[in-house]
Design a protein around this ligand. Structure first.
Ligand code: ZN
Length: 284
């Protein structure tokens, strides 16, 4: 099971001093910075991320988070995600986590999620990269993450999850990038201005979209190794949603991986099958 992968690159995280006495998920807005693709990161991680995104772009590789929620996560948003995926009612054989003194069971078909306050997303140091296991993107990441102070945390099951490890020692490649891309003055504003801006964003955030499964009622359930027209249609829809997929009408391992990533990005159960919910998400 412990298959060795090429991206087995794990560097322990050195905490920036600014995070030493900070409660995870409760970072002061002055420590966070918006990143251009949506979401926020700790300012040191944001610099490193922006530098890496630029370098990748020069090599024809697009790097972006799977969603804005897969960058910094507040304690409350991590808790909401946790409660969606874990339940108190025991499920035999499912993995468990302890939270608030109780044992929680991972719901069937759900991907594991760190306990609220325990994730490096709660420190603004972690990003989940959109379609990270796309071979070209992964190859680029393997060759470059360390230079920008990033590495993986969970190998081999989470190729998308990288975190900034270098604390206050800004890597040279990031320094070089900062020299060419000086930060605009007043970017952060006063703490009060930042707080107001953060609250405005909270209010603007709309409720998660409820998926109407009825639009998928005529679609067949597709499981691995299925072939045909419906598979081709699903592959084309995956591509339309940004998960580049060859429309060969064959539901092989590559398509399945993209389906899982698509499901993760939509926060629907990660089944690796194209069921009614997945069809509905693909069609909407
Ligand atoms: Zn992650």
């Amino acid at each position: 099971m412990n298959k060795k992968v090429e991206w087995d690159i794990i560097v322990p995280v050195k905490l920036p001093i600014s995070l030493k006495n900070v409660e995870p998920g409760k970072l002061h807005p002055s420590l966070l910075r918006d990143i251009p693709q949506g979401g926020k990161l700790h300012y040191l991680a944001a610099d490193a991320w922006n530098a890496m995104v630029d370098a990748a772009k020069k090599d024809g590789i697009e790097l972006k988070p799977t969603s804005a929620g897969d960058t910094y996560r507040s304690y409350d948003s991590q808790k909401a995600g946790f409660l969606k995926r874990y339940q108190l009612q025991p499920i035999p054989g499912q993995s468990t986590k302890t939270f608030e003194g109780k044992t929680w069971y991972l719901k069937k078909g759900m991907a594991m999620l760190a306990t609220p306050g325990k994730s490096q997303h709660n420190l603004g140091l972690a990003v989940d990269i959109h379609t990270a296991s796309d071979p070209k993107r992964l190859k680029w990441l393997i060759a470059n993450v360390l230079k920008f102070g990033f590495s993986w945390e969970v190998v081999p099951s989470e190729p998308w999850h990288i975190r900034y490890t270098e604390g206050d020692a800004v890597p040279q490649a990031v320094k070089d990038w900062l020299a060419l891309n000086p930060k605009p003055a007043g970017m952060f504003g006063t703490p009060a201005e930042q707080k107001a801006a953060a609250e405005a964003v909270e209010v603007k955030k709309s409720k998660p979209k409820v998926i109407d499964v009825s639009i998928a009622k005529d679609k067949p359930r597709i499981i691995k190794d299925n072939k045909g027209k419906a598979v081709k249609e699903a592959q084309e829809l995956l591509t339309k949603h940004g998960f580049q997929c060859r429309p060969d009408g064959d539901f092989g391992p590559k398509t399945q991986e993209l389906v899982k990533q698509f499901q993760k990005s939509k926060s629907i159960p990660i089944t690796g099958e194209i069921d009614e919910t997945t069809w509905a998400a693909l069609l909407s």
